[in-house]
Design a protein around this ligand. Structure first.
Ligand code: ADP
Ligand code: MG
Length: 629
C-alpha cells in the first residue's frame, strides 16, 4: 500500500501559516491589507498584549456576503484574481488567497462582516468552523484573532518580548499609513492609541503624525518619471540623519516592500551629503505597470522582482540627488525665539554638535585672544596653492551635485529643545535662500582652525580643514575621473605588492578597473604585482599608500565599480594632505582658500558630509546681545 496521502486542509493551512504568519505583526499586515483591498477608509487595529492575547481589525470597507464570509477561510480562496493573466496585473495587496486560512489555522477567530445587505458572524478555532449565523448589518468587517499560536507552541517560543513584537506592528502600521495617506488608521495597544492618522490624503501630514512636526518640516517633496516608472515622495534634508536604513520606506504600487538595492540607491543619492554610515529618512513611492513588478516572490509579499531595474535605479538616484542638491546651504545659527534669555544654551548645543569654539559666557574679552593672522613658521604643505595652477578649476562636466549641510545625528533635537515656535520657518529659508555661497571678507583665524569671515548678512566660521578637503576632493575627483588625459610619472624604484592567492586572482580580474583609476598593476609571479608608474597628480609621498588603499577597495567590494572606486579615491586623497586644525594661515592664504571654496561645486560640506561653514546672522547676533528684541 502506498505511503503517500493528501494532508487534510487544516494541516496544510497550518504548514502554510509557517510562512505567512510569523508573528503578531504579520497577522496585522494581512488583515489590514485585506481591509485596504476592501476599500476601507477608516481602519482600526486593537491589540491586547502586543497582539498575543488578541488582534482586532475593524474596517468600513465593502464587507462580505454570507457565502464569501465562509469561503474566505478556505485555502486558495480569493476574490482578487481569477486567472493567470490577473497574476501579472495585480493591483490589490492580496492575491494568494491563503492569509485568512493560515491565520485561522493557528488561532481562534471571530468575524463579523456585512456587505450592507446580509450580516454574518463566523467563529473558527484552529482552522475548524465552530459556528456561523446571521449578524449585524453594519457595513464593513470586524475580525478578531484570539490566542495566536495557541496550537503551535513552538511558534510562541520564537516570539520576542512584547515590546519587540509591538515594535514590529507599529513599524508596519507606520508604513501602511505612509503608503495610504487617504486612509485614517488608528492603532490602539492595551487601550492606548499608539498611532492615529487623519486620512486627509497628505503624506506630509502622515510623516508629521509618525516622525513629528519638526522632521516633517525638513522633508522635501520630489516627483519625476521615466518611460516605465514614476517615482515620488519625500526626502529628508541632510541635517537629519539616522543610524540605519529603517527610515527609508519603499513602496511599489502602494505596497511596502523591502528591497536592498533600492534602499542602497537612495542612500547613494545622498553621497557626500551625509556623514559616512548615516542614513536619510526617505519615503519613496514607485509606480509602474504591475507587469514590471513581480510580487509573487514570497508568501509575505514583501519582496519584489523588478524589470527594467537599471532604469528605475537611475531615476531614483537622479531625482533624489537633484532634490537634495537644490535645497542645501550653510547652516544658520539662530537665536531661539522662545529662549530669549538663554543665548548660551544655544551656543552650547552648537558646541556639542559642531565643536564651535564658544566664548565663555560674559567674558569674551578676557578669554585668550584669538591669534589673528599669526605668521606660519614654514610654508604650508597642502594649501591649495600646491595644486598645478592650470588644472584647478573643477570641470563642469563633472556633475557632483551641489552643496550641503549636515548636522550630526542628534541635531534634529536642538531645534525642539530650543522650542522654536514658527513652524514654517526653516522650510521657508530653504525655499528662498538657495545654495548661494556668500561674498566673504576674511577677518581672521581662531585657534589655527577656523577662519572668521564677514559679509553683509553676518559672520561666518569656516572649518579650514573641511574647506580644503572639499576643494581637493573636487580637484581629485576630476583627476581620477579623467585618467587618460593625465600624465604619468615613472617611479625610480618600482613598488611591489603581495597578496594572498585568492586576492591575487580577484585582482587579476580587476587590472583594467584599477588602471582606470590610476593604478597600473603588472603581474609579477602568482601572487605579486609591481607598479612602475602612476599619474602625476597622486599626492607626493602617498603613492604607496594610495595604491594600497585603491587595491583594498577593489578587494573589499564584491563587484568592481569604477565610479565608486574613483569617488572613494578622491575622498581619500582629499583627506590626505588637507591642512589640519592648529595651523596658522596668512591672510592671503585664507582668502585664497575662501575663493577656492566659493568656486567649488558644493562648498557647504566636506566630502564626508560635515559642514564647512556656519553662518551667524547679524540679526541673530544682535538678538543675543539684546540689541534688538
Ligand atoms: P487574499 O487577500 O489573498 O485574497 P485572504 O485569505 O487574505 O486572501 O482573504 C480571502 C478573501 O476574503 C479576500 O479575497 C476577500 O475577498 C475576503 N476578505 C478578507 N478580508 C476582508 C475584509 N476585511 N473585507 C472584505 N473582504 C475581505
Ligand atoms: Mg489578504
Amino acid at each position: 500500500m502506498g505511503l503517500i496521502r493528501l494532508m487534510d486542509e487544516p494541516l496544510s493551512n497550518k504548514i502554510a501559516a509557517g510562512e505567512v504568519v510569523e508573528r503578531p505583526a504579520s497577522v496585522v499586515k494581512e488583515l489590514v491589507e485585506n481591509a485596504i483591498d476592501a476599500g476601507g477608509t477608516a481602519i482600526e487595529v486593537l491589540l491586547l498584549e502586543a497582539g498575543l492575547t488578541s488582534i482586532q481589525i475593524v474596517d468600513n470597507g465593502a464587507g462580505m456576503d454570507t457565502d464569501d464570509a465562509l469561503m474566505a477561510f478556505s485555502r486558495h480562496a480569493t476574490s482578487k484574481i481569477a486567472n493567470e493573466h490577473d497574476l501579472f496585473r495585480i493591483r490589490t495587496l492580496g492575491f494568494r488567497g491563503e492569509a485568512l486560512a493560515s491565520i485561522a489555522s493557528v488561532s481562534k477567530v471571530t468575524l463579523h462582516t456585512s456587505d450592507g445587505k446580509t450580516g454574518t458572524f463566523v467563529q473558527m478555532e484552529g482552522g475548524r468552523l465552530i459556528e456561523h449565523r446571521a449578524g449585524s448589518l453594519r457595513k464593513g468587517t470586524d475580525i478578531k484573532i484570539d490566542q495566536l499560536f495557541f496550537n503551535t507552541p513552538a511558534r510562541l517560543k520564537y516570539l520576542k518580548t512584547l515590546q519587540t513584537e509591538l515594535g514590529h506592528t507599529i513599524d508596519l502600521m507606520n508604513r501602511l499609513a505612509l503608503s495610504y495617506p487617504g486612509i485614517a488608521f488608528r492603532l490602539v495597544h492595551d487601550g492606548k492609541a499608539v498611532l492615529q492618522t487623519s486620512g486627509s490624503g497628505e503624506i506630509k501630514r502622515v510623516i508629521s503624525d509618525i516622525y513629528g512636526v519638526s522632521i516633517a518640516k525638513k522633508m522635501i517633496p520630489f516627483e519625476s518619471e521615466s518611460n516605465d516608472y514614476k517615482v515620488s515622495g519625500f526626502a529628508s534634508l541632510p541635517e537629519i540623519t539616522r543610524a540605519n536604513k529603517n527610515y527609508i520606506s519603499l513602496f511599489v504600487n502602494g505596497r511596502w516592500v523591502k528591497h536592498y538595492a533600492i534602499a542602497n540607491t537612495v542612500h547613494k543619492a545622498y553621497h557626500t551629503f551625509l556623514p559616512l554610515e548615516r542614513q536619510p529618512i526617505v519615503i519613496l513611492n514607485i509606480e509602474g505597470d504591475p507587469y514590471l513588478t513581480d510580487v509573487n516572490v514570497h508568501p509575505a509579499k514583501q519582496q519584489i522582482r523588478l524589470s527594467k531595474e537599471k532604469e528605475l535605479m537611475e531615476l531614483i538616484h537622479s531625482t533624489i540627488r537633484k532634490t537634495i542638491s537644490s535645497v542645501v546651504r550653510a547652516p544658520v545659527i539662530e537665536q531661539p525665539k522662545a529662549q530669549k534669555s538663554a543665548p548660551t544654551r544655544q551656543l552650547d548645543l552648537w558646541k556639542s554638535s559642531y565643536t564651535v569654539q564658544e566664548p565663555p559666557a560674559g567674558e569674551t574679552a578676557s578669554a585668550p585672544k584669538p591669534q589673528l593672522q599669526q605668521q606660519p613658521e614654514t610654508a604650508l604643505p597642502g594649501i591649495p596653492t600646491d595644486f598645478p595652477e592650470d588644472t584647478r578649476q573643477p570641470s563642469s562636466g563633472l556633475r557632483q551635485s551641489s552643496a550641503d549641510i549636515e548636522l550630526p545625528a542628534d541635531s534634529v533635537q536642538p531645534e525642539e529643545a530650543l522650542s522654536r515656535e514658527e513652524s514654517g520657518q526653516e522650510m521657508d529659508q530653504f525655499e528662498d535662500a538657495g545654495p548661494q555661497f556668500p561674498e566673504l571678507e576674511v577677518v581672521g583665524q581662531i585657534h589655527g582652525t577656523y577662519i572668521v569671515a564677514q559679509s553683509s548678512d553676518g559672520f561666518y566660521l569656516v572649518d579650514q580643514h573641511a574647506a580644503q578637503e572639499r576643494i581637493k576632493y573636487e580637484f581629485f575627483r576630476e583627476k581620477v575621473g579623467d585618467i587618460d588625459a593625465g600624465e604619468r610619472q615613472a617611479l625610480l624604484l618600482p613598488l611591489t605588492f603581495h597578496y594572498s592567492r585568492d586576492e591575487a586572482l580577484r585582482l587579476k580580474d580587476a587590472l583594467e578597473v584599477l588602471s582606470e583609476s590610476g593604478v597600473f598593476l603588472e603581474e609579477f609571479g602568482d601572487t605579486s604585482f609591481i607598479v612602475r608608474e602612476h599619474p602625476t597628480w597622486f599626492p607626493k609621498g602617498f603613492e604607496q599608500e594610495i595604491i594600497e588603499e585603491l587595491i583594498e577597495q577593489v578587494l573589499d567590494e564584491r563587484k568592481v565599480d569604477v565610479k565608486k572606486i574613483r569617488e572613494e579615491a578622491a575622498i581619500m586623497m582629499s583627506c590626505k594632505r588637507s591642512i589640519k586644525a592648529n595651523h596658522y594661515l596668512q591672510k592671503h592664504e585664507m582668502e585664497r582658500l575662501l575663493a577656492d571654496l566659493k568656486a567649488a561645486e558644493q562648498p557647504f560640506t566636506c566630502p564626508h558630509g560635515r559642514p564647512v561653514i556656519i553662518h551667524f546672522k547679524t540679526y541673530d547676533v544682535e538678538k543675543m546681545f539684546k540689541r534688538v528684541m
